[in-house]
Ligand binder design. Structure first.
Ligand code: NAD
Length: 421
């Protein structure tokens, strides 16, 4: 791998999209750098009475189109660069879906599995205390990301309410339903990807009963498996961080999910599912119609991309395919449905949660699904049409689509030709 940082590589997509549009240099200058990134240390009391300090960040990348929006990740490998890159992707994701938001992201460098529940609560509350002046319903709205969940969002919303002395649930999304969370948020990321694939199935060359392999069997991966299996497709291989399994005739998805919920690893369930254990790298080489990366970033690189046999890749994870790997897949004729479109169902239902919190009136599940479907099909179709008309990849098309909207918003504030004028 080159010395380029994750953000450098992400910015390549911006430059490439800019080549397709007549865009003022002011727009690129604005989008090349995060607007503000705040770093702090969270000092919390551990259960044994000692104190421990954790690095934490919040980045507001760009707020031209609205308050910044993005999850908070608790991960031992988090870095400022990862946070800024994820915030950059959020900026483009919200623009692709035409949500009235900019992009943000946050993280704490911690392995949450090493903390007790009370320590986790103190850490979550400390995060809000540290960033209370940065977040806010009209300024910057966090949500869950890797290793954070509804329970943590509930603690964070509660802490914010205590600090401000008001009940303002719209400060954070992905909350428990009992605290103003939206119906349908749990499976929204997977559902958005599922609606997208179903809408474009003919164009993608996917039959009604296509085969699917899934890398990463957490929130996004499990819900995708459930939705696609219920629609008549066959999930034939899955992996988690410890191993992978394969059954060409199709896996029993509900049994797999029940096992994961009980804390088991996918490889340990192979025998009872009639599957065989394969190495995580071999998962990429499985003969399948659709491959769904749903784990972490940078999983498909120039070293393993050539082994992928799928016709279509649906990026439920953020940034799972590096630019080098992207090129290899493109040359092989594999269609990649890019993260900023493919996994945007999550932020779209987060937006619905924010809207419902602000209006104080809540929608039923049917309405959430109908609204999500409408947005995914509208923006998915727009991206597909750009890809066809400009003869570019779906990823380039998604960036072109988003950049057009960002440029319009930035130009509406006045760019160089206006002031030189
Ligand atoms: P999660 O923590 O619930 O699941 C992650 C899964 O990936 C786990 O099963 C873990 O075992 C697995 N994993 C980790 N390393 C792996 C490896 N090397 N090989 C195979 N599997 C591995 O997280 P999630 O919420 O499902 O998020 C997954 C991805 O989707 C992330 O990139 C996240 O940013 C993205 N995403 C999630 C949402 C959401 O709403 N949950 C929204 C948008 C994007």
């Amino acid at each position: 791998m080159s010395d380029d940082t994750l953000l450098d590589r992400a910015l390549l997509r911006l430059e490439e999209a800019a080549n397709h549009l007549k865009i003022d240099q002011d727009v690129i200058e604005k989008l090349k750098y995060p607007r503000e990134t705040t770093k702090t240390r969270l000092l919390i009391r551990m259960d044994d009475g000692s104190r421990k300090s954790f690095l934490a960040w919040r980045c507001r990348y760009d707020d031209t189109r609205g308050p910044t929006k993005g999850g908070i990740r608790f991960h031992p490998d988090s870095t400022v660069e990862e946070v800024e890159t994820l915030a950059f992707w959020m900026t483009f994701k919200c623009a692709v879906m035409n949500l009235p938001y900019g992009g943000g992201k946050g993280a704490v460098r911690v392995d949450p599995h090493q903390l007790s529940k009370t320590e986790l609560e103190r850490l979550s509350r400390a995060y809000v205390q540290a960033f209370a002046n940065i977040i806010g319903p009209d300024r910057d709205i966090p949500a869950p990301d890797v290793y954070t969940n509804a329970m943590i969002m509930g603690w964070m919303a509660d802490e914010y309410n205590q600090i401000t002395g008001e009940v303002r649930p719209a400060v954070i999304t992905g909350k428990p339903i009992a605290l103003g969370g939206s119906l349908g948020r749990n499976d929204a990321t997977a559902r958005g990807g599922f609606y997208l694939v179903r809408h474009l199935a003919t164009e993608l060359g996917l039959d009604k009963d296509h085969t699917v392999s899934i890398q990463g069997f957490g929130n996004a991966g499990q819900y995708y498996a459930r939705l696609t299996a219920a629609d008549g497709n066959s999930v034939i291989a899955v992996s988690d961080s410890t191993g992978a399994i394969h059954r060409p005739g199709g896996l029993d998805v509900e049994k797999l999910i029940a096992g994961k919920e009980a804390g088991r690893r996918v490889a340990d369930m192979a025998a009872e599912l009639g599957a065989h254990v394969i190495s995580p790298d071999d998962l990429l080489g499985v003969e399948t119609d659709l491959f769904v990366p749903a784990a972490l970033e940078d999983m498909i690189t120039k070293d393993n991309a050539a082994t992928i046999k799928a016709k279509v890749v649906l990026e439920l994870a953020n940034g799972p395919v590096t630019p080098d790997a992207d090129k290899i897949l493109n040359d092989k004729g594999v269609i990649v449905l890019p993260d900023i479109l493919a996994n945007a169902g999550g932020v779209t239902v987060s937006y619905f949660e924010w809207v419902q919190n602000r209006q104080g009136y809540y929608w039923d599940l049917e309405e959430i699904h109908a609204r999500l479907l409408k947005i995914v099909e509208r923006e998915g179709r727009a991206v597909w049409d750009i890809a066809q008309s400009r003869n570019v990849s779906a990823r380039s098309a998604a960036y072109i689509h988003a950049l057009g909207r960002l440029a319009n918003a930035i130009e509406a504030h006045g760019t160089q030709p206006f002031f030189a004028g």
